[in-house]
Design a protein around this ligand. Structure first.
Ligand code: LER
Ligand code: MN
Length: 274
């Protein structure tokens, strides 16, 4: 039995797999109506949203926020943790501190996925930039520790980033950073591209997993591609994962139908509570 949430965004974003993007109220109301127990919020900047208003609305609909997604900072503004430019790394850290403060109020987590960006330097500078990126990440981890917020490192496929593509690479970085406030966020869409076996990688990652994204092989709602979700749920049960599952899918054929399909399909697997 797993709780499920759906990825929403208050603003129209360059990042595709979000539902009802640009209409948060509609997204939250439809999530409630369809039986989701929570949402994930993809934000450009934590100051773009009236926090009190959102918290009241969440309470009214009794929805939780499972995670704040942060990739828009890279996709829209071009700032990232592994940027070559010091100024952009600093701006990214400031954005993330804002997200962490908001997450502390919401009792949520903060995702470090797309916001890592890409290392674009020539080969002789790659190691240096990798170290600088890690230092920037470390600053955020320390800040999150102070606020009691968990950060989630999301491995992302090779066509989107060259910094952490697989769960194993994510586990190595988590070990190097050495904080129990940094956990892993596997995403089945990325795993389908990068992992040798999705189930074995979940089993190896075990208790390091803090949250998980579900999207099918084509990034449509689960059940509309060829990923074996029953096997993935069994793997999660075996490692005794009890956290929520976030549905992060493209709005196809439209936002409502995608949200509906995900919840219908997940319920049909019979292990998921609505
Ligand atoms: C975000 O959750 C994601 O899956 C990526 O494609 C990039 O941020
Ligand atoms: Mn994801």
């Amino acid at each position: 039995m797993f709780d499920i949430g759906v990825s929403l965004s208050p603003n129209k974003s360059e990042f595709g797999p979000l539902l009802f993007s640009g209409n948060l109220i509609k997204g939250m109301e439809n999530a409630k109506h369809l039986g989701y127990s929570g949402v994930e919020l993809s934000l450009l900047d934590s100051r773009e949203i009236k926090q009190e208003w959102l918290m009241d609305k969440l309470e009214e609909l009794s929805l939780k926020v499972y995670a704040i997604a942060t990739g828009q900072t890279y996709y829209t503004d071009g700032y990232s943790l592994y940027s070559e430019e010091e100024d952009k790394r600093q701006k990214t850290i400031e954005r993330l501190k804002g997200h962490i403060d908001f997450a502390a109020r919401l009792g949520s987590t903060v995702i470090i996925g797309g916001i890592r960006g890409k290392i674009t330097a020539q080969s002789e500078k790659i190691d240096e930039l990798e170290e600088r990126g890690k230092l920037a990440l470390n600053v955020c981890v320390k800040y999150a520790e102070g606020k009691g917020v968990i950060l989630l490192l999301e491995p992302v496929n090779r066509y989107e980033t060259n910094v952490i593509n697989t769960l194993d690479e994510g586990l190595d970085l988590i070990e190097e950073i050495g904080s129990n406030h940094l956990k892993l966020l596997p995403d089945t869409f990325h795993m389908n591209i990068e992992e040798r076996s999705i189930e074995e990688s979940i089993s190896t990652a075990g208790s390091s997993i803090g949250y998980i994204h579900f999207a099918d092989s084509n990034r449509l709602a689960p059940g509309w591609g060829h990923i074996n979700f029953p096997q993935i749920l069994s793997a999660l049960e075996k490692i005794k994962y009890t956290g929520p599952i976030g549905i992060e899918v493209l709005p196809e054929p439209d936002d409502y139908k995608a949200a509906e399909q995900a919840v219908r399909y997940m319920s049909s697997i019979d292990k998921v509570k609505k």
